[in-house]
Design a binder for this molecule. Structure first.
Ligand code: DGL
Length: 257
């Protein structure tokens, strides 16, 4: 049986889930958190679905065994590959996944043109294809895989010349307000939000899934009466399959971007 003081665990292929952890912490500062980044195996988005599923299940089981009261799969790629199977195996356990914020982007205005930035895996998986199918009448979607951006962020090279050159190159066809909205469909990408907005143009609406995932996590915990007591100050423990990355995880949690 889980207790209110048990941690919420957050899992990602590496640094990306920290953008979700920041939203969770902002919404629920009294909670304890364990953040697990699998940086030794990052990036996930260019691996096979089976490989990602196995890595995600291994990380998930480890965090569950550590006594997590809920697990946030703070990675669109890992959610596409593994969330359905894990929900089937643990129907009563709170599992929160991430998916590209296609719905709010599609409904943000009349027939928008929406650029969807994500990993190659997310964009080819059934979960995304079905999601886009649902809103096809409402918007035009342009999928754009950006696997190199994950590598820049994973190495902590935020706002580096290489990162900016890469973004300017892949976003050139959509620059200067040529799309209406952009979906950051990978949890690493909010770390590059400012650059993406600058290149695409001031009027472009930017959508990401972290806040929604944090709200859903709170709702699920509320429903089973497992939200932490407000008297408690939350603490965050960082774990990483590449231990040398732990200081960078802490730094990125406090990044002002
Ligand atoms: N952060 C992950 C996502 O949301 C994937 C990054 C990777 O390729 O490892 O999709």
């Amino acid at each position: 049986m889980n207790k209110k003081s048990d941690p919420i665990a957050v899992i990602d292929s590496g640094m990306g889930g920290i953008t979700v952890l920041r939203k969770l912490y902002k919404l629920m500062p009294n909670e304890n958190y364990i953040y697990f980044g699998d940086s030794a195996n990052a990036p996930y988005g260019v691996k096979s679905t089976d490989e990602i599923r196995q890595l995600t299940v291994d990380g998930f089981e480890m965090l569950k065994d550590m006594g997590a009261k809920a697990i946030v799969i703070a990675c669109n790629t890992a959610t596409s590959a593994a969330a359905a199977g894990l929900r089937e195996k643990y129907p009563d356990f709170p599992i929160i996944g991430l998916e590209p914020a296609v719905k709010p982007a599609a409904l943000s205005m009349e027939q928008p043109v929406v650029l969807v930035l994500a990993t190659p895996l997310t964009l080819r998986e059934k979960k995304y294809l079905k999601l886009v199918e649902r809103f096809e009448g409402e918007a035009t979607f342009i999928p754009l895989p950006a696997p190199e951006l994950v590598r820049f962020i994973e190495s902590g090279k935020l706002d580096s010349r290489e990162e900016i050159d890469y973004l300017e190159r892949i976003l050139a066809p959509y620059a200067d307000n040529r799309v209406d909205a952009v979906v950051l469909g990978c949890t690493h990408f909010p770390f590059a939000r400012r650059q993406i907005q600058r290149i695409l143009g001031d009027e472009v609406l930017v959508f990401e899934g972290g806040k929604g995932a944090a709200r859903q996590c709170k709702r699920l915990l509320e429903n089973i009466d497992l939200l932490a007591d407000e008297a408690q100050d939350g603490k965050i423990t960082f774990l990483n399959s590449d231990e040398s990355k732990i200081p960078l995880c802490r730094q990125m949690f406090f990044y002002k971007g």
